[in-house]
Design a protein around this ligand. Structure first.
Ligand code: NDP
Length: 279
Protein backbone atom coordinates (compact mmCIF):
# COMPACT_ATOMS: atom_id res chain seq x y z
CA UNK A 1 0.00 0.00 0.00
CA UNK A 2 1.04 3.62 -0.46
CA UNK A 3 2.99 5.20 2.39
CA UNK A 4 1.21 7.67 4.71
CA UNK A 5 2.22 11.27 3.99
CA UNK A 6 3.88 13.65 6.47
CA UNK A 7 6.07 16.70 6.04
CA UNK A 8 7.78 19.72 7.54
CA UNK A 9 6.81 23.22 6.48
CA UNK A 10 9.12 26.23 6.84
CA UNK A 11 10.88 29.03 5.02
CA UNK A 12 13.77 28.45 4.53
CA UNK A 13 13.53 24.64 4.71
CA UNK A 14 16.47 23.36 2.65
CA UNK A 15 18.67 22.54 5.67
CA UNK A 16 15.99 20.79 7.75
CA UNK A 17 17.15 17.48 9.21
CA UNK A 18 13.58 16.38 9.98
CA UNK A 19 13.13 14.19 6.84
CA UNK A 20 16.28 12.22 7.73
CA UNK A 21 15.19 11.85 11.34
CA UNK A 22 11.69 10.62 10.46
CA UNK A 23 13.05 8.29 7.76
CA UNK A 24 15.33 6.70 10.38
CA UNK A 25 12.40 6.42 12.83
CA UNK A 26 10.20 4.82 10.15
CA UNK A 27 12.89 2.33 9.17
CA UNK A 28 13.58 1.44 12.79
CA UNK A 29 9.89 0.91 13.67
CA UNK A 30 8.76 -0.59 10.34
CA UNK A 31 6.25 2.18 9.66
CA UNK A 32 5.20 2.76 6.06
CA UNK A 33 5.44 6.54 5.77
CA UNK A 34 6.87 9.23 3.58
CA UNK A 35 8.10 12.49 5.18
CA UNK A 36 9.22 15.39 2.99
CA UNK A 37 10.18 19.01 3.35
CA UNK A 38 7.95 21.71 1.93
CA UNK A 39 8.92 25.32 1.32
CA UNK A 40 5.82 27.35 2.23
CA UNK A 41 5.63 30.88 0.77
CA UNK A 42 5.97 33.50 3.50
CA UNK A 43 2.41 34.68 2.83
CA UNK A 44 1.01 31.25 1.98
CA UNK A 45 1.49 29.00 4.99
CA UNK A 46 -2.20 28.32 5.69
CA UNK A 47 -2.87 27.55 2.04
CA UNK A 48 0.09 25.13 1.88
CA UNK A 49 -1.17 23.27 4.95
CA UNK A 50 -4.75 23.07 3.69
CA UNK A 51 -3.57 21.73 0.33
CA UNK A 52 -1.40 19.13 2.03
CA UNK A 53 -4.24 17.97 4.29
CA UNK A 54 -6.72 17.85 1.40
CA UNK A 55 -4.30 15.79 -0.69
CA UNK A 56 -4.25 13.16 2.07
CA UNK A 57 -1.41 14.35 4.35
CA UNK A 58 -1.84 13.00 7.88
CA UNK A 59 0.46 15.30 9.83
CA UNK A 60 3.01 18.07 9.58
CA UNK A 61 5.80 19.65 11.52
CA UNK A 62 6.10 23.42 11.43
CA UNK A 63 9.29 25.40 11.75
CA UNK A 64 10.60 28.96 11.42
CA UNK A 65 8.81 31.32 10.86
CA UNK A 66 5.37 29.67 10.98
CA UNK A 67 4.94 28.29 14.52
CA UNK A 68 2.66 31.13 15.63
CA UNK A 69 0.62 30.98 12.43
CA UNK A 70 0.22 27.23 12.97
CA UNK A 71 -1.06 27.98 16.47
CA UNK A 72 -3.69 30.31 14.97
CA UNK A 73 -4.59 27.80 12.26
CA UNK A 74 -5.32 24.86 14.58
CA UNK A 75 -8.96 24.04 15.39
CA UNK A 76 -7.94 22.14 18.54
CA UNK A 77 -4.88 22.81 20.75
CA UNK A 78 -3.08 20.70 23.35
CA UNK A 79 -2.41 22.30 26.73
CA UNK A 80 1.31 22.53 26.03
CA UNK A 81 0.66 24.21 22.66
CA UNK A 82 -1.61 26.72 24.37
CA UNK A 83 1.03 27.47 26.99
CA UNK A 84 3.77 27.71 24.35
CA UNK A 85 1.64 30.02 22.18
CA UNK A 86 3.11 28.17 19.24
CA UNK A 87 2.59 24.90 17.38
CA UNK A 88 5.27 22.68 15.81
CA UNK A 89 3.16 19.56 15.21
CA UNK A 90 -0.12 19.35 13.32
CA UNK A 91 -2.36 16.31 12.88
CA UNK A 92 -5.20 16.22 10.37
CA UNK A 93 -8.03 14.21 11.87
CA UNK A 94 -11.61 13.99 10.61
CA UNK A 95 -11.43 17.36 8.88
CA UNK A 96 -9.96 19.08 11.95
CA UNK A 97 -6.47 20.52 12.42
CA UNK A 98 -5.06 19.49 15.80
CA UNK A 99 -2.07 21.53 17.07
CA UNK A 100 0.55 20.42 19.57
CA UNK A 101 4.00 21.57 20.62
CA UNK A 102 6.68 18.95 21.24
CA UNK A 103 9.73 21.24 21.52
CA UNK A 104 9.65 21.64 25.31
CA UNK A 105 8.99 17.96 25.92
CA UNK A 106 11.88 17.17 23.57
CA UNK A 107 14.19 19.45 25.53
CA UNK A 108 13.22 17.86 28.85
CA UNK A 109 13.57 14.30 27.54
CA UNK A 110 17.01 15.11 26.17
CA UNK A 111 18.17 16.58 29.48
CA UNK A 112 16.66 13.95 31.77
CA UNK A 113 16.95 10.74 29.71
CA UNK A 114 19.89 11.32 27.36
CA UNK A 115 22.12 13.67 29.36
CA UNK A 116 20.94 11.84 32.53
CA UNK A 117 20.59 15.08 34.43
CA UNK A 118 17.51 15.06 36.65
CA UNK A 119 15.69 18.41 36.72
CA UNK A 120 13.78 17.49 39.88
CA UNK A 121 15.29 19.32 42.84
CA UNK A 122 17.53 21.46 40.62
CA UNK A 123 17.88 25.22 40.30
CA UNK A 124 17.18 25.91 36.64
CA UNK A 125 18.04 29.06 34.70
CA UNK A 126 16.56 29.80 31.31
CA UNK A 127 18.41 32.39 29.22
CA UNK A 128 16.10 34.03 26.68
CA UNK A 129 12.37 34.71 26.52
CA UNK A 130 11.48 34.02 22.89
CA UNK A 131 9.40 31.21 21.45
CA UNK A 132 11.77 28.40 22.44
CA UNK A 133 11.97 29.60 26.05
CA UNK A 134 8.21 29.97 26.30
CA UNK A 135 7.63 26.42 25.06
CA UNK A 136 10.14 25.04 27.56
CA UNK A 137 8.60 26.50 30.73
CA UNK A 138 5.67 24.14 31.33
CA UNK A 139 7.60 20.91 30.57
CA UNK A 140 10.44 22.12 32.84
CA UNK A 141 8.06 22.96 35.71
CA UNK A 142 6.43 19.53 35.40
CA UNK A 143 9.80 18.06 36.45
CA UNK A 144 9.63 19.88 39.81
CA UNK A 145 12.78 21.99 39.86
CA UNK A 146 13.34 23.87 43.14
CA UNK A 147 13.45 27.11 41.21
CA UNK A 148 13.15 28.37 37.65
CA UNK A 149 14.54 31.79 36.78
CA UNK A 150 14.41 33.46 33.39
CA UNK A 151 16.99 36.04 32.34
CA UNK A 152 16.58 38.01 29.13
CA UNK A 153 18.11 41.00 27.36
CA UNK A 154 14.65 42.58 27.37
CA UNK A 155 13.66 41.96 30.98
CA UNK A 156 9.98 42.74 30.39
CA UNK A 157 9.66 39.68 28.15
CA UNK A 158 11.02 37.48 30.95
CA UNK A 159 8.49 39.07 33.33
CA UNK A 160 5.69 38.32 30.89
CA UNK A 161 6.70 34.64 30.67
CA UNK A 162 6.92 34.29 34.46
CA UNK A 163 3.46 35.83 34.88
CA UNK A 164 2.04 33.54 32.22
CA UNK A 165 3.59 30.50 33.89
CA UNK A 166 2.28 31.52 37.32
CA UNK A 167 -1.25 31.90 35.96
CA UNK A 168 -1.02 28.58 34.16
CA UNK A 169 0.16 26.49 37.10
CA UNK A 170 -1.81 28.23 39.85
CA UNK A 171 -3.17 25.56 42.14
CA UNK A 172 -0.08 23.37 42.23
CA UNK A 173 2.69 23.72 44.80
CA UNK A 174 4.40 27.04 44.07
CA UNK A 175 7.85 26.77 42.49
CA UNK A 176 9.89 29.97 43.00
CA UNK A 177 10.31 31.80 39.70
CA UNK A 178 11.96 35.12 38.98
CA UNK A 179 12.56 37.32 35.97
CA UNK A 180 16.05 38.82 35.75
CA UNK A 181 17.91 41.30 33.62
CA UNK A 182 21.48 40.37 32.64
CA UNK A 183 22.73 42.76 35.37
CA UNK A 184 20.63 41.05 38.05
CA UNK A 185 21.91 37.61 37.17
CA UNK A 186 24.19 36.45 40.00
CA UNK A 187 22.71 33.20 41.32
CA UNK A 188 24.16 29.74 41.05
CA UNK A 189 22.31 27.10 38.97
CA UNK A 190 22.46 23.34 38.39
CA UNK A 191 21.00 23.52 34.88
CA UNK A 192 21.52 26.54 32.61
CA UNK A 193 19.65 26.48 29.31
CA UNK A 194 20.55 28.90 26.53
CA UNK A 195 17.29 29.58 24.69
CA UNK A 196 18.53 32.84 23.17
CA UNK A 197 19.38 33.00 19.50
CA UNK A 198 22.71 34.68 20.39
CA UNK A 199 24.67 31.60 19.27
CA UNK A 200 23.14 31.91 15.80
CA UNK A 201 25.08 35.17 15.47
CA UNK A 202 28.22 33.87 17.15
CA UNK A 203 27.39 35.90 20.28
CA UNK A 204 27.42 35.02 23.96
CA UNK A 205 24.87 36.45 26.42
CA UNK A 206 26.72 38.54 29.05
CA UNK A 207 26.86 35.85 31.74
CA UNK A 208 29.51 35.26 34.38
CA UNK A 209 31.15 31.90 35.08
CA UNK A 210 29.72 31.98 38.62
CA UNK A 211 26.19 31.11 37.42
CA UNK A 212 27.33 27.52 36.80
CA UNK A 213 27.16 25.42 39.97
CA UNK A 214 29.50 22.49 40.52
CA UNK A 215 28.84 19.72 37.96
CA UNK A 216 26.20 21.90 36.35
CA UNK A 217 24.67 21.04 32.98
CA UNK A 218 24.92 23.80 30.36
CA UNK A 219 22.48 23.24 27.51
CA UNK A 220 22.52 25.26 24.29
CA UNK A 221 19.35 24.74 22.21
CA UNK A 222 21.39 25.66 19.15
CA UNK A 223 23.26 22.90 17.30
CA UNK A 224 25.66 22.70 14.42
CA UNK A 225 29.14 21.57 13.43
CA UNK A 226 30.85 24.05 15.76
CA UNK A 227 30.77 24.19 19.55
CA UNK A 228 28.66 27.28 20.33
CA UNK A 229 30.14 30.31 22.15
CA UNK A 230 27.86 29.53 25.11
CA UNK A 231 29.07 25.94 25.36
CA UNK A 232 32.71 27.04 24.98
CA UNK A 233 32.24 29.47 27.86
CA UNK A 234 30.42 26.87 29.97
CA UNK A 235 33.19 24.32 29.42
CA UNK A 236 35.79 26.79 30.67
CA UNK A 237 33.54 27.38 33.71
CA UNK A 238 33.63 23.62 34.44
CA UNK A 239 30.12 22.71 33.29
CA UNK A 240 29.04 19.62 31.35
CA UNK A 241 27.73 20.73 27.97
CA UNK A 242 25.06 19.55 25.57
CA UNK A 243 23.79 21.06 22.33
CA UNK A 244 20.29 21.13 20.81
CA UNK A 245 20.67 18.16 18.46
CA UNK A 246 19.16 15.82 21.05
CA UNK A 247 16.23 18.21 21.52
CA UNK A 248 15.67 18.24 17.77
CA UNK A 249 15.54 14.44 17.61
CA UNK A 250 13.41 14.17 20.76
CA UNK A 251 10.82 16.70 19.55
CA UNK A 252 10.62 14.66 16.34
CA UNK A 253 10.18 11.43 18.32
CA UNK A 254 7.37 13.04 20.31
CA UNK A 255 5.65 14.04 17.04
CA UNK A 256 6.17 10.50 15.70
CA UNK A 257 4.51 9.18 18.87
CA UNK A 258 1.52 11.52 18.38
CA UNK A 259 1.09 10.42 14.76
CA UNK A 260 1.96 6.73 14.90
CA UNK A 261 1.53 5.69 18.55
CA UNK A 262 5.07 4.28 18.62
CA UNK A 263 8.15 5.67 20.38
CA UNK A 264 11.28 5.32 18.26
CA UNK A 265 14.69 4.80 19.86
CA UNK A 266 16.31 8.21 19.75
CA UNK A 267 19.90 7.62 20.89
CA UNK A 268 20.87 5.75 17.73
CA UNK A 269 19.42 8.54 15.62
CA UNK A 270 21.15 11.28 17.62
CA UNK A 271 24.46 9.47 17.21
CA UNK A 272 23.89 8.92 13.49
CA UNK A 273 23.36 12.66 13.02
CA UNK A 274 26.15 13.88 15.28
CA UNK A 275 29.01 15.43 13.30
CA UNK A 276 32.14 13.27 13.47
CA UNK A 277 34.47 16.17 14.19
CA UNK A 278 34.22 18.42 17.24
CA UNK A 279 32.15 17.46 20.28
P1 NDP B 1 13.20 34.05 19.23
O1 NDP B 1 13.58 34.96 18.12
O2 NDP B 1 11.77 33.83 19.54
O3 NDP B 1 13.87 34.60 20.60
C1 NDP B 1 15.20 35.03 20.61
C2 NDP B 1 15.69 35.24 22.03
O4 NDP B 1 17.10 35.46 22.00
C3 NDP B 1 15.09 36.45 22.72
O5 NDP B 1 14.99 36.19 24.10
C4 NDP B 1 16.16 37.54 22.47
O6 NDP B 1 16.19 38.55 23.43
C5 NDP B 1 17.41 36.72 22.57
N1 NDP B 1 18.58 37.24 21.84
C6 NDP B 1 18.70 37.38 20.50
N2 NDP B 1 19.92 37.82 20.17
C7 NDP B 1 20.60 37.98 21.34
C8 NDP B 1 21.92 38.40 21.67
N3 NDP B 1 22.80 38.76 20.72
N4 NDP B 1 22.28 38.42 22.97
C9 NDP B 1 21.42 38.05 23.92
N5 NDP B 1 20.15 37.65 23.68
C10 NDP B 1 19.75 37.60 22.40
O7 NDP B 1 13.96 32.69 18.93
P2 NDP B 1 13.53 31.21 19.38
O8 NDP B 1 13.09 31.28 20.78
O9 NDP B 1 12.61 30.65 18.37
O10 NDP B 1 14.90 30.39 19.23
C11 NDP B 1 15.96 30.54 20.16
C12 NDP B 1 17.08 29.53 19.88
O11 NDP B 1 16.63 28.21 20.12
C13 NDP B 1 17.61 29.53 18.46
O12 NDP B 1 19.03 29.43 18.50
C14 NDP B 1 17.02 28.30 17.83
O13 NDP B 1 17.87 27.78 16.84
C15 NDP B 1 16.96 27.37 19.03
N6 NDP B 1 15.93 26.32 18.90
C16 NDP B 1 16.34 25.01 18.89
C17 NDP B 1 15.41 23.99 18.80
C18 NDP B 1 15.89 22.57 18.80
O14 NDP B 1 15.12 21.66 18.50
N7 NDP B 1 17.13 22.30 19.16
C19 NDP B 1 13.97 24.26 18.67
C20 NDP B 1 13.63 25.67 18.73
C21 NDP B 1 14.59 26.65 18.82
P3 NDP B 1 15.18 39.84 23.34
O15 NDP B 1 13.88 39.37 23.91
O16 NDP B 1 15.83 40.88 24.17
O17 NDP B 1 15.09 40.19 21.89
Amino acid sequence: SLPDQYGVFGNPIQHSKSPIIHALFAEQTGQNLDYRKYLAPLNGFAQSIHQFAESGGLGANVTVPFKIEAFQLADVLSERARMAGAVNTLSFREGKIVGDNTDGAGLVRDIVLNARCPIAGCRVLLLGAGGAARGAILPLLEQNPVRLDIANRTKQKAEDLINLAKREISGGAPIPMQALSWEQLNGNYDVVINATSASLHGDLPPISASIFADRCLAYDMMYGDQVTPFNQFATLAGAQIRDGLGMLVEQAAEAFWIWRGIRPETLKVINALRPRVGV
